[in-house]
Design a protein around this ligand. Structure first.
Ligand SMILES: [Zn+2]
Length: 634
């Protein structure tokens, strides 16, 4: 397979964005926390970039701007101030964040710059109140070793994170600005990755280095990877914002498949003799055909005064409906464009008709109306006339790109690893200096200080986990990649609980509870620590841990002791246990006399069924042996 990818000329580069765990934001003293409560205040803005800035704006952003979008920003006093509101210039660059980036640079052999200059990068999708994102290069070059291969690092940048979108209705976009200004490191690799599996491994390796600093934020959304993918004869596609690490290789695999099948369609179009000139801007109003239609979508659109427009795609029959990736067709790509540029909810194409309540008779009438032959495809949209024309214009554009091959796009990931259209790829030169922030000199002194306290590299840490805590390799890797690595080390040092039990609980047990629907993310580190302390003190048996964690996940404010009490999992006193054991052995006196000491196993099973979770197996065994000996008079 890897050989196959090589022949396809696959090249993948990664940009990993990770939020840093600093005490305050990048350019102000606000708390880098995301609030879940209602916002304390909101404000409205329309972004108005100046003329010179507009010149460098990418077409999609410009389009959004021209749509007259208004932005509603939600804020709280703890997480936001006048800097996020763009009412006050930014403060000095957060030196804690710079130090973390320097640590990362030295860990990856990247060369720190002498002086850090903050730049502005134009963004007018509203995700930043200023209309730009602040970013600075911290280090250049470097490499990491992944499965024996040297992977070149291009650069390490420090950026401010953007506001997070919380809603959209019509021309109003809603953003929460708590995330705006949280320090974000961006690590870019060279496009040297050559197969899907390797892209996953490189993302994992960089993620491990980031976590090894102990200075990064955790949880979904705190790490996001952009994946740049190209194949020979294809185009550079940028897939933005993949949040799950295990999705990276899937995204690459599907993108290669998508580009190959798009190229197959291009070949087919060439065979059919289609050129760009065949694609004409002829949008026909075919509303009349649908006056009696049973198609719900069209009927409800027409009820609101909408019309139905058709576009003929000459010689495209059978190609619009051809699958590119699971559930994604060329028609899906056209629909993405129609939604983005036309604001329509979707489209129909003749490769999938008759269906959706549209009859064969209606299809025949449309074919006649637009003068389509049997090997032509037709695309239909229904909305107000201007939107219909914009949508079909975008579909025509996509069809015309198809004659050339693969368009260069920015795409977003779907949960299954396939992708959807986000916007065209922005042009390159979009940076200009941020004059409000003074440049920071990276002194040899500062670098030396960072160098002296570099954290362990992930491979060293892995070997240490194996030797110091006597873990097998698989378990050591699991705990290395877990959010609970530090907690694991702390618990294993402060208690006598076997480290392998701690590691299994913090990885496999939590994962399987999560699969059962337990809200494990509600568990605090304190909850987890207490559970192990209880085992250490002999208050709890390890078999009860899943039940205790399940209970605590719904009562995270409670203590492990309260959980033990609520679930009646307090250990029996030795006296009480002895009474139960002696009773059980008496009950089975006959068996005991017949089998002698060999009855231990059977009797132990009987007692355990009664005291599960309330007694340690080794205690039960000792007492059963003692009671047996008593009855046998041994
Ligand atoms: Zn602030």
């Amino acid at each position: 397979m890897a050989q196959g990818y090589k022949e396809l000329g696959l090249k993948v580069g990664l940009e990993i964005h990770q939020e840093l765990a600093t005490s305050h934001k990048l350019f102000c003293n606000c708390s880098p926390r995301l609030f879940r409560e209602e916002p304390e205040y909101t404000f409205l803005r329309r972004l108005r970039p100046t003329q010179s800035e507009m010149g460098e704006v990418d077409p999609a952003a410009l389009f959004e701007f021209q749509q007259g979008k208004t932005f509603l920003y939600e804020a709280s006093r703890e997480t936001d101030c006048l800097v996020e509101m763009d009412e006050e210039p930014p403060g000095p660059l957060n030196s804690e964040a710079v130090d973390i980036c320097l640590v990362l640079a030295l860990m990856m052999g990247s060369r720190p710059v002498d002086e850090i200059h903050v730049m502005r990068k134009t963004v007018i999708d509203g995700s930043n109140t200023t209309g730009f994102q602040r970013t600075c290069v911290i280090a250049l070059g470097g490499e990491i070793t992944v499965d024996g291969k040297q992977v070149a690092i291009e650069q390490i940048c420090l950026e401010e994170d953007a506001a997070r979108k919380t809603g959209e209705s019509g021309a109003l976009m809603q953003y929460r600005i708590d995330r705006l200004g949280i320090p974000l490191v961006e690590i870019s690799t060279a496009p040297v990755i050559t197969c899907p599996e390797e892209s996953g491994s490189v993302a994992l390796a960089i993620g491990r280095i980031l976590r090894a600093t102990g200075r990064v934020r955790r949880g979904l959304g705190t790490i996001r990877q952009d994946v740049n993918i190209s194949i020979k004869e294809g185009a550079l596609t940028e897939i933005k914002g993949v949040q799950q690490l295990d999705l990276v290789s899937k995204v690459v695999e599907y993108e290669v498949q998508r580009q190959r099948r798009l190229l197959d369609i291009r070949e087919e179009l060439r065979k059919r003799g289609v050129t760009k000139e065949d694609l004409r801007e002829e949008f026909s109003d075919v509303t009349e055909v649908f006056s009696e239609t049973k198609c719900q979508v069209i009927r409800s659109s027409m009820k609101k005064g909408g019309r139905v427009y058709a576009l003929r795609l000459p010689h495209f029959a059978g190609l619009v409906g051809r699958e590119l990736c699971p559930g994604r067709r060329l028609g899906t790509e056209m629909a993405d464009r129609a939604r983005f540029w036309g604001g329509v909810s979707g489209l129909f194409h003749t490769d999938e008709l008759p269906s959706y309540g549209i009859t064969a008779e209606e299809v025949a009438k449309i074919r006649e109306a637009v003068g389509a032959g049997g090997d032509d495809a037709i695309v239909l949209v229904s909305s107000e006339p201007q939107k219909c024309r914009n949508a079909l214009q975008a579909v025509l554009e996509r069809a015309s790109e198809e004659v050339e091959g693969v368009p260069s796009e920015t795409r977003g990931p779907n949960p299954d690893g396939t992708t959807h259209y986000m916007r065209p790829r922005p042009g390159a030169a979009r940076m200009y200096p941020e004059t409000d922030v003074v440049p920071v000199t990276v002194t040899p002194n500062r670098l030396e200080k960072v160098r002296r306290s570099l954290p362990e590299m992930p491979e060293e840490k892995l070997s240490r986990l194996i030797t110091e805590f006597n873990l097998n390799r698989k378990l050591a890797v699991q705990i290395l990649d877990s959010d609970y690595l530090d907690l694991f080390e702390a618990i294993s040092r402060e208690t006598k609980v076997p480290p392998s039990l701690v590691a299994v609980t913090l990885t496999e047990t939590l994962k399987s509870l999560e699969r059962e629907g337990v809200k494990v993310e509600a568990l605090t580190e304190e909850n987890l620590r207490e559970v192990f302390l209880s085992i250490d003190k002999g208050l709890l048996v390890k078999e009860s841990v899943p039940d205790i964690l399940t209970w605590l996940a719904s009562n995270p404010e409670s203590s492990a002791l309260e959980a033990i009490k609520a679930l009646r999992l307090e250990l029996l006193s030795q006296e009480a246990l002895w009474e139960i054991v002696r009773g059980k052995v008496k009950e089975n006196e006959e068996l005991a006399k017949r089998m002698g000491l060999r009855a231990v196993g059977t009797l132990m099973g009987a007692v355990m069924r009664e005291v599960r979770g309330r007694a340690r197996a080794e205690d039960v065994q000792g007492l059963v042996e003692k009671a047996l000996k008593e009855i046998l008079g041994a």
